[in-house]
Design a protein around this ligand. Structure first.
Ligand SMILES: [Cu+2]
Length: 134
């Protein structure tokens, strides 16, 4: 497993140090975060390969990319403000108008929901599907 940074979301200050990349990505997905949606809302990658996700928050609000209950190695290779991943899933925070790049290596094929955990955003539709194929 790659080193995991375990921390709660929140707090201010400078972005954390970037994680070492997991490896050469087999796919790079560009995801725009708007007020209030992910675009595109469906992401696809392959299990056990490195999936790189470039997040661009074009909104003025803070958003995050959160997946619960996923067995994945995570590396935030370009942290935005307070980018974090946790030991129970993925949680990458971006303040308004910031960008971040992360890499995932998902162990198990499946369909995983990603969403923004900022209060009210998921119910407003700020969610999507990560499809990991074998
Ligand atoms: Cu949000």
């Amino acid at each position: 497993m790659a080193a995991l940074v375990v921390s709660a979301c929140g707090g201010g200050g400078a972005p954390p140090e970037p994680d070492a990349p997991l490896g050469e990505p087999s796919v790079r997905l560009d995801v725009t975060m708007r007020d209030i949606a992910f675009e595109p809302a469906t992401l696809e990658g392959r299990a056990r390969e490195v999936i790189e996700i470039a997040l661009k928050n074009t909104g003025s609000l803070a958003h995050d990319f959160t997946v619960k209950e996923i067995a994945a190695e995570v590396a935030v290779t370009q942290p935005a403000s307070r980018a974090r991943n946790t030991d129970t899933g993925i949680h990458v925070h971006l303040d308004g108008r910031t960008e971040s790049v992360m890499q995932l290596r998902v162990a198990t094929p499946g369909t995983y929901e990603f969403y923004c955990s900022v209060s009210g955003h998921r119910p407003a539709g700020m969610a999507g599907t990560l499809v990991v194929t074998d």
